[in-house]
Write a protein that binds this ligand. Structure first.
Ligand SMILES: Cc1cc2nc3c(=O)[nH]c(=O)nc-3n(C[C@H](O)[C@H](O)[C@H](O)COP(=O)(O)OP(=O)(O)OC[C@H]3O[C@@H](n4cnc5c(N)ncnc54)[C@H](O)[C@@H]3O)c2cc1C
Length: 324
């Protein structure tokens, strides 16, 4: 389907959908409507359970799938080859991904194969003819920059999904999946994962409730209060980066731009100032509750609930209340 706005996803996370799928579809859908192009959703590998129904709701015109045994864990060399062949066949107007770790190794290389531009950390896309104005976050989320991408070709954009609120404009029937054939027989993956990172137990990214501690806790032994409150609320414990840098907790706990991008229902930030790089990992929470002794702390600009006070005095009380 030539000239389409193509959203490419893979995997399955919360809600039976690939991570960030609805946010990227929402952004891509409004772009497609504004330029009069079709919205196409391409999935790589096994398709997540909720894709066909979600495609209908977001006004997707065609649901494509490239499935091949070699795509099982979405290795980058194979994925880039599959996407390059897809773009050659379909000539999309633009390809949009959800920005996550794997996208960083796929999107720029796809753009290089297509001899086109790539923009990462995208928050908005507007188009006029062959010219795209692509807004992206810069300096760790402190500011925005607009890139003008002009000329023929298929630009590639990695969308910062947590910065977007998905708006679902249509209600439609589930779509039938169309399989797209590509030849991956000659690709051999150059990166061999000898031992995958151990991610035992539940993931912070999937948690409905997160209690995070920051430098305001003062000392490593006080982090236990964060764990206790998280446990009492049936949630998970997170941390700001300085606590990871200091070795108080391992990096699986770090929330933020260079840590985990989370989207809980409730995010409790304790002794955290609210730096933009931290908010990049929790700003999409349904509600933020903050405890900080500085009433001017930036975190209160994001918080729906706030307590100005000493975390070390408040936490034991909150733990007691949550347990009872
Ligand atoms: C490229 C880059 C990437 C980064 N990535 C990340 C990231 O992924 N995640 C991240 O978290 N940071 C990240 N940072 C660091 C970020 O800029 C901040 O420095 C960091 O988030 C600050 O952590 P904090 O809020 O715990 O500490 P601080 O900024 O020092 O804030 C501590 C807060 O605790 C409050 N406080 C002090 N004592 C108490 C008390 N007794 N009770 C209650 N409140 C108290 C203070 O008022 C203050 O607001 C990154 C920075 C850069 C440059």
């Amino acid at each position: 389907m030539s000239n389409a706005i193509v959203v490419c996803t893979w995997g399955e996370e919360r809600g039976g959908l690939p991570g960030g799928a609805e946010e990227v579809l929402s952004l891509a859908g409004s772009l497609a409507r504004s330029v009069g192009s079709d919205l196409v959703w391409l999935t790589l590998g096994a398709q997540a359970a909720g894709v066909a129904e979600t495609a209908g709701r977001y006004g997707v015109a065609a649901l494509h799938q490239i499935d091949d045994a070699k795509l099982a864990d979405i290795p980058a060399d194979v994925a880039v080859e599959a996407l390059a062949q897809y773009c050659e066949q379909q000539s999309p107007r633009i390809v949009l991904f959800n920005q996550m770790a794997a996208t960083r190794t796929i999107a720029p290389r796809l753009a290089a194969r297509l001899d086109s531009a790539v923009v990462m950390g995208v928050t908005e896309v507007a188009a006029d003819g062959d010219t795209f104005d692509i807004t992206a976050s810069a300096y760790g989320g402190d500011t925005r920059v607009v890139y003008r991408v002009a000329g023929a070709g298929t630009p590639v954009a990695a969308v910062w999904a947590t910065a977007i609120t998905a708006e679902c404009p249509e209600a439609g029937a589930s779509l039938a999946v169309e399989s797209v054939a590509v030849d991956l027989s000659s690709v051999s993956e150059r990166v061999d994962i000898v031992e995958p990172a151990k991610a035992e137990g539940p993931k912070l990214e999937d948690a409905e409730i997160i209690v995070s501690g920051g430098r305001g806790l003062g000392a490593v032994e006080n982090y236990k209060l964060i764990r206790d409150l998280a446990e009492a609320l049936d949630g998970m414990a997170g941390a700001s980066r300085p606590l990871v840098d200091e070795g108080w907790v391992d990096s699986n706990h770090q929330v933020g731009l260079t840590g985990k991008i989370t989207k809980p229902n409730l995010y409790v930030a304790v002794g955290i100032s609210g730096a933009s790089q931290h908010m990049a990992g929790c700003g999409a929470a349904n509600a933020i509750a903050a405890i900080n002794k500085d009433s001017e702390a930036a975190i209160f600009q994001y918080a729906r609930f706030g307590i100005v006070g000493d975390a070390l005095e408040l936490l034991p009380e909150l733990i007691r209340a949550a347990r009872s």
